[in-house]
Ligand binder design. Structure first.
Ligand code: AHG
Ligand code: MN
Ligand code: MN
Length: 332
């Protein structure tokens, strides 16, 4: 029988393997896993509890906010903020930074997308939560400000996501490999189900919204056409898989191999996805699993952020697939 290892037990074991660990990161990850359980509880009941449908407001992205976005946002801020371990937070749903109620001892920064794939909430398609953790740049939590949030992705101390799908899976890395945990509702625990996830060097799936074809640059169209050609030696044609929830598309490609592309387009030169709480955390996970994540040119984790909600084109997944996609850009 496989050992039953809870995510909390895994955090503690990870801490023991890291001689410099103080236990603080373990506590942070505890907080995130706890918040994930609270969000999961509502997501899996979304159709039953009156929290789906439009909340009648729009967020800083100018997108209609669905109630579950707000609910998840509030849960994460309050469930995590109450312990005072985070000095400052940044959320997709808040224009400015968030200073948690008790932050006097906080040494860390939390950036998060409380609910990714919002357009899929009402139609029972997988959605997710994405999180990214940094150390404070200064030493005084009371002085924490936006500059603590605008750090390069390479400085993340941990990152991960929760995917609320046919099962609820939490995937995280604190720089020592990528590990996945499946929620067992009968005991209320995330149990280790995917230890040391590594992503194949190349895949058979590509994920891109081909509905935007008329907005794509020629190199994007050329790359898609390349993937559709018959060539057994390179496993082509690839199959297209596009769910419309980044976390779900990323998670499938991470396990099976493949590439997710949200490119720069003629109308959106920076693409749509946000650097700080979508691209960076998933790039951290992807690289830890042996994959690659770029904006088509630069490594995502090297990008020097200027704004909390800045967008970036995103090419993420199997290394060989990302390199091939980039070659089409370089040859234009
Ligand atoms: P969010 O719901 O957090 O705003 O994220 C939605 C994102 C991402 O999850 C998904 O990959 C992408 O939007 C889909 O965008 P298109 O509908 O433009 O393809
Ligand atoms: Mn999102
Ligand atoms: Mn979101």
């Amino acid at each position: 029988m496989k050992k039953l290892i809870t995510i909390e037990r895994h955090f503690v074991e990870e801490q023991k393997r890291n001689p410099h660990a103080t236990g603080e990161l373990t506590d942070l990850l505890y907080d995130v896993a706890f918040a994930a359980k609270l969000v999961r509880r509502e997501v899996v009941r979304a159709g039953l509890v009156d929290i789906i449908g439009m909340a009648g407001t729009t967020n800083v992205q100018g997108e209609e906010v669905k109630k579950l976005d707000l609910f998840a946002n509030d849960k994460i801020i309050n469930a995590i903020g109450q312990h005072g371990r985070f000095a400052i937070m940044g959320s997709e749903e808040n224009e400015g930074t968030i200073v948690p109620p008790k932050n006097e001892s906080g040494k860390y920064v939390l950036l998060f997308d409380p609910l990714d794939g919002s357009s899929n909430i009402d139609v029972n398609v997988s959605v997710g939560t994405i999180f990214s953790i940094y150390r404070l740049t200064g030493s005084n939590p009371q002085k924490a400000d936006i500059n603590d949030c605008l750090q390069k992705g390479m400085h993340q101390v941990a990152a991960g996501y929760v995917i609320y799908g046919s099962s609820v899976v939490m995937v995280y890395s604190s720089g020592h490999g990528v590990h996945g945990f499946t929620y067992d509702p009968t005991i209320g625990e995330f149990l280790l189900s995917h230890e040391n996830i590594t992503t194949p060097k190349n895949g058979k799936y590509y994920s891109i919204n081909e509905g935007s074809l008329n907005q794509f640059h020629d190199h994007t169209t050329a790359y898609i056409n390349y993937l559709k050609e018959e060539d057994k030696a390179t496993g082509r044609p690839y199959s297209t898989r596009y769910i419309g929830s980044l976390v779900a598309d990323f998670h499938r490609n991470l396990l099976t191999g493949g590439i997710f592309v949200y490119p720069a387009t003629k109308t959106h030169p920076d693409g749509k996805l946000r650097l700080m709480y979508e691209a960076n955390p998933l790039a951290f996970i992807c690289e830890q699993a042996g994959g690659k994540a770029t904006d088509g040119n630069r490594r995502i984790l090297d990008i020097d952020p200027l704004q909390l909600h800045q967008r970036t084109p995103l090419y993420i997944g199997s290394e060989d697939d990302v390199l091939k996609a980039e070659s089409f850009i370089k040859n234009t």
